[in-house]
Design a protein. Structure first.
Length: 161
């Protein structure tokens, strides 16, 4: 009888430890917010790409980001020619299609990205594209950051794509 009680107590202790860990541990994820619209969603993957049409040159610009624990890393950017907004440091290579690609590896705490119909801002994750500029009013600010929350709280957010 004492063995059964001991096993039951051990099982309850293990179950309690599991729930404390499940609800208490915090895990990082990428949060996308549009505060003016009271909107939030999460990016499940640890990489994503932003793309838009450059306001002056009217050419496509792309930036790739990586989540590294508590920070975002701008790993590379791709554009047609140098001009306003071009990073000032990085390893440059030209692609066969004429684009310029720069390896950047710049660490960032967060991104604030203003979107509009003219710039046609998109968030790309794996093979999916979110035309975010279509979902919010012109000049909305998209805030992208890393958050750490319990799995329980994280599960409550919708996926962006």
């Amino acid at each position: 009888m004492k063995r059964i009680q001991g096993a039951a107590i051990a099982a309850l202790f293990s179950l309690a430890a599991f729930f404390i860990t499940y609800f208490g541990m915090k895990f990082p994820y990428i949060l996308v917010e549009v505060e003016e619209q009271n909107f939030q969603c999460k990016i499940k993957q640890n990489t994503f790409q932003l793309s838009w049409i450059h306001s002056v040159e009217k050419t496509q610009w792309k930036e790739r980001y990586l989540q590294d624990n508590k920070i975002l890393i701008l790993t590379e950017t791709q554009f047609v020619s140098f001009g306003a907004g071009t990073p000032d440091q990085g390893v440059i290579s030209r692609q066969e299609d004429g684009n310029i690609e720069m390896q950047i590896n710049r660490k960032l705490k967060e991104l604030n990205w203003v979107i509009s119909r003219r710039m046609q801002g998109k968030i790309e994750i794996a093979d999916r594209i979110w035309n975010i500029y279509k979902d919010f009013p012109d000049y909305s600010t998209v805030h992208i950051s890393i958050r750490k929350d319990s799995l329980w709280k994280k599960r409550g957010l919708n996926n962006c794509l």
